[in-house]
Design a protein around this ligand. Structure first.
Ligand code: URA
Length: 300
């Protein structure tokens, strides 16, 4: 390919990404194949791991298949399971996310003078842009420090969040708070939000059109806050921000550049409630974030 043609093609690919068309050179239908489960490793995990392991199982929103417990499996909601923890490959990851690639509009597509209040006003008190509005009680915008260095992004509100209008206030939320505190922070030090702002009925996964409608508000939230680190909790957040269809186990624990921040994906706290063995992996991911932010773990 001649050099002008090549640069034209590259510009076109970046342009299509900016339009949200995604990388059409990737097979978006392909799913990651389950990999070898890692041995439980939470020996150096902090108290959040120990305390929550003693907690009873919740009907968590993100659940892994539990073949050993048919009753639990039957009761599990229709959330897509997180993949099992995997042994990290020693070779550098081959995953190439689409979103962090240099964008034609990297700075231009930020809204000049945008604020969290403005985003909230733009969403409006009675948003009906997608079908999730039909069953929601409250729009769950986000909570925390508007200048946070660390932003956690979940999937979407659950029942408790829908009732209270605040993200991560249910059992998974309590575990997230413990994780934050184990990092030496308080909940109010960070910012917490979701990919979709309204509860998906029956706690199902947010659908593509719902994510496409709501995620621009998430992107704006992150642009306004300008955190040093964005931590994606679970597959939905990771796939949305990385603009990929690849399973989280492919890139969990790796840092990516994301619009001036570092982005890392780890397992969702609801997944941890069902799979306490994965807490060691999550703690390792959080430790990487702490190193980047110069944080000391909370003393027990
Ligand atoms: N799970 C999420 O992904 N978000 C919440 O706010 C609560 C549970």
């Amino acid at each position: 390919m001649s050099s002008p043609t090549r640069s034209k093609s590259e510009a076109w690919l970046r342009y299509s990404d900016d339009l949200g068309l995604g990388p059409f050179y990737l097979d978006r239908a392909s799913q990651s194949t389950p990999e070898v489960a890692a041995p439980p490793d939470s020996t150096d995990a902090p108290s959040f791991a120990e305390r929550s392991e003693r907690a009873p199982e919740e009907s968590s929103r993100v659940s892994a298949p539990d073949h050993s417990s048919p009753a639990l499996s039957a009761a599990a909601p229709r959330r897509a399971p997180e993949p099992p923890p995997v042994n990290k490959p020693t070779a550098p990851p081959t995953f190439i996310p689409a979103a962090p690639a240099p964008s034609l509009f990297e700075s231009a597509d930020r809204i000049e003078g945008d604020t969290l209040d403005r985003i909230r006003v733009d969403i409006g008190p009675n948003c009906t842009r997608c079908k999730l509005h039909k069953a929601r009680t409250n729009i769950v915008f986000g909570v925390g420090n508007p200048k946070a260095q660390l932003v956690f992004v979940g999937e979407g509100p659950g029942r408790d969040e829908d009732e209270q209008g605040e993200p991560f206030v249910g059992r998974a939320g309590k575990l997230l708070t413990q994780m934050i505190e184990a990092m030496g922070l308080r909940r109010q030090d960070v910012y917490i939000c979701n990919v979709v702002k309204c509860r998906p009925p029956e706690n199902r996964l947010p659908e593509k059109d719902e994510i496409a409608t709501c995620s621009p508000y998430l992107f704006r939230q992150i642009d306004v806050i300008k955190p040093k680190v964005v931590c994606c909790l679970g597959t939905c957040a990771a796939q949305t921000l990385l603009n990929t269809n690849q399973g989280i186990s492919r890139y969990r624990g790796e840092f990516f550049d994301y619009r001036g921040a570092k982005l890392i994906a780890t397992y969702h706290p609801a997944y941890l409630l069902r799979n306490p063995n994965a807490k060691g992996d999550v703690w390792k991911d959080l430790q990487k974030v702490m190193t980047l932010l110069g944080l000391q773990p909370k003393r027990r």
